[in-house]
Design a protein around this ligand. Structure first.
Ligand code: ADP
Ligand code: MG
Length: 591
């Protein structure tokens, strides 16, 4: 076949395949155009999941007659001054969207500039232009897209149900609304419930209000603000508390220079920042905003511009990690308020209300005096010990986690502060304390260790012994002295002092399991934190261990002064707090 130039209409339809994938991509292009035109209000209406109708009305600058006619031409844009692609500050710049949409749908554009006596309307039906004709309207632009892909059954077949396409549009509008808090968004249609998000100021809490509008009050109430500038990267937004995590990444939103993006560097940085607090299969909720010199990002990678490339990914990664860890550090021992909410929901008033108490569930306040009160590993340091005749327990009520009053089921500490009851999971809490201590000790140098009087010999499969032998130098730095002892055994000479009388056998098995799991995927040196996590778990006060009141109070005081102590190292809460008024509500006593 001879080579021939493709007709423009066909070129547009091919391009439309890239730019206009589904109704949501049309909405994205059109709303971005409205924002580029300086709109302060954008109203989006859809029907039939956007397949039947998409209508976008804005109060932006509008277009004059010549621009209107040019706007639907391919590669016609008002947004690139010269031919540079390095310094893009608008959302659009390819000049393809309107031409593409016009080639695969019935497109109507009505527009009016501030100084025009009236509006004009141009129509494009499957690539064929008509108009412009006069149209009565206010300043701004109204774009209507009807019967998307109607003439392209093959494309139509790839679309999902109306409901799924409507949901995809909602997601796109949410992201645009989060990226542009100063724009008023209205989303309505026969295929959806209405959202109305009034404009918010750029600063002074405006962003947080917009995020509460879009992501829910719950998120805003359980998140901490981010604010950090490093290596020319400004990081802002809200980071969810680790206890407010989700089972998937749908509550993670990333924005770079006002654009919603998907990016591996950012995802990885967030995962790393939360690695200490959340299980691998949990995802923190986060709205992360990056501002960076446009010359430092290449947004031209993907036609729909959802992907980008950072020139200095390392700088971005470290700025994001720093911003999140600093914000979470500042949040200290705070745990998510929804935890207490869940407790309230779980508590049911027995039916009939005056059910008899067969046996008291609350243990006696003091454990029997004969109980051997061995020193709690990690709590035995003088700084942590609260002397018996030191401040009266009453004084502890002033502290955030209050004064310990009792221990239940040999694992839960009941404490009272000024106006709440606090319930603490002693094992989870202590695990976090040991973990943080460990990290601090590791940062200061080799972790202090204690030699065992008699080395512990542990039998293990040969592969496990080999992996442990290989990891021995790294483990040594963590205070765990381990060496090969025959083909199927290792000998432990010393253990981290911090762990006290740890269950060495369990600990070594656990580390061996970890090494097997991570095998070859990364160096042991990159897994030190995971190893510390396993060690902390073994070195912690087990549930089932009775604590004296002074030990309980020492634990609470340590929690208050330890970062991240609101969550255990698996991201579960270490304590819940019930306000007195909630307790009173449970009993139907309202003041
Ligand atoms: P791009 O946004 O990449 O420039 P588009 O095809 O989306 O390409 O739009 C072409 C041009 O039409 C824009 O550059 C802009 O000048 C104009 N335009 C499109 N939508 C609007 C709008 N809502 N208000 C004002 N001008 C618009
Ligand atoms: Mg555009």
């Amino acid at each position: 076949m001879p080579i021939r130039q493709l007709p423009p209409d066909l070129v547009n339809r091919i391009a439309a395949g890239e730019v206009v994938e589904r109704p949501a991509s049309v909405v994205k292009e059109l709303v971005e155009n409205a924002i580029d035109a300086g709109a302060t209000k954008v109203a989006i209406t859809t029907a039939g999941g956007g397949k039947a109708l998409i209508r976008i009305e804005d109060d932006g600058a509008g277009m004059d007659r010549d621009d209107l006619i040019l706007s639907v031409e391919r590669h016609a844009t008002s947004k690139l001054e010269d031919d540079g692609l390095d310094d893009i500050r608008t959302l659009g710049f390819r000049g393809e969207a309107l031409a593409s949409i016009g080639s695969v749908a019935a497109l109507g554009i009505a527009t009016r500039t501030a100084d025009a006596p009236s509006g004009l309307k141009l129509s494009v039906e499957r690539g064929v232009k008509s108009g412009p004709v006069p149209q009565a309207m206010n300043r701004g632009t109204i774009v209507e897209v009807r019967d998307l892909f109607a003439a392209l059954p093959a494309r139509l077949k790839f679309l999902k149900s109306d409901r799924a396409e409507a949901a995809a549009i909602t997601d796109v509008v949410k992201r645009l609304a989060m990226a542009n808090p100063e724009v008023h968004f209205v989303l309505t249609g026969t295929d959806r419930s209405t959202h109305n998000w009034p404009a918010q100021p750029r600063d002074g809490g405006g962003l947080a209000t917009r995020l509460a509008q879009v992501m829910g009050e719950d998120f805003a109430a359980n998140a901490v603000p981010l604010a950090m500038a490093r290596h020319g990267v400004v990081v802002a937004g809200l980071a969810g508390l680790p206890t407010f995590s989700r089972a998937n990444s749908l509550s993670q939103y990333y924005f770079v220079n006002g654009r919603s993006v998907r990016d591996k560097v950012l995802l990885g940085a967030v995962r790393a920042a939360y690695a200490d607090f959340t299980f691998r299969d949990r995802f923190p909720a986060i709205a992360l905003y990056l501002a960076i010199d446009p010359a430092e990002v290449d947004v031209n990678v993907h036609p729909a511009k959802a992907e980008l490339r950072f020139r200095d990914a390392g700088a971005v990664r470290s700025a994001v990690i720093r911003a999140i860890t600093a914000a979470l550090d500042a949040a200290g021992y705070r745990a998510s308020s929804t935890v207490a909410g869940a407790v309230m929901d779980a508590v049911r008033v027995p039916e009939p209300a005056m059910a008899e108490f067969s046996e008291p569930v609350v243990e006696r306040y003091l454990p029997p005096a004969s109980h051997p009160a061995a020193a709690i590993p990690g709590l035995s340091e003088p700084s942590a010990r609260i002397e018996r005749d030191d401040p009266a327990p009453q004084a502890f009520q002033e502290f955030p986690l209050g004064a310990a009053r009792a221990q239940l089921f040999e694992n839960f500490i009941v404490a009272q502060n000024g106006d709440s009851l606090v319930l603490i999971d002693q094992h989870a809490a202590h695990e976090r304390l040991v973990y943080e201590r460990f990290k601090a000790e590791m940062a200061a140098g080799p972790v202090p260790s204690q030699a065992l009087l008699i080395p512990a010999v542990i039998d293990l499969p040969e592969e496990d012994c080999a992996r442990l032998e290989e990891a021995a130098p790294a483990l040594e730095k963590l205070g765990l002295g381990i060496e090969r002892f025959g083909p199927r055994a290792v000998a432990v000479r010393e253990t981290p002092a911090l762990l006290g009388q740890a269950d060495i056998d369990g600990l070594v098995h656990d580390i061996a399991d970890g090494l097997a799991e991570w095998d070859s995927s990364s160096a042991v040196a990159d897994r030190l934190e995971a190893i510390i996590g396993r060690m902390a778990c073994h070195g912690s006060v087990r549930s089932g261990r009775r604590l004296r009141p002074d030990e309980m109070n020492a634990l609470l005081r340590q929690m208050e002064s330890t970062p991240h102590s609101g969550q255990c190292i698996h991201g579960r809460p270490t304590y819940v707090e019930l306000k007195l008024k909630d307790i009173e509500r449970l009993f139907g006593r309202t003041r």
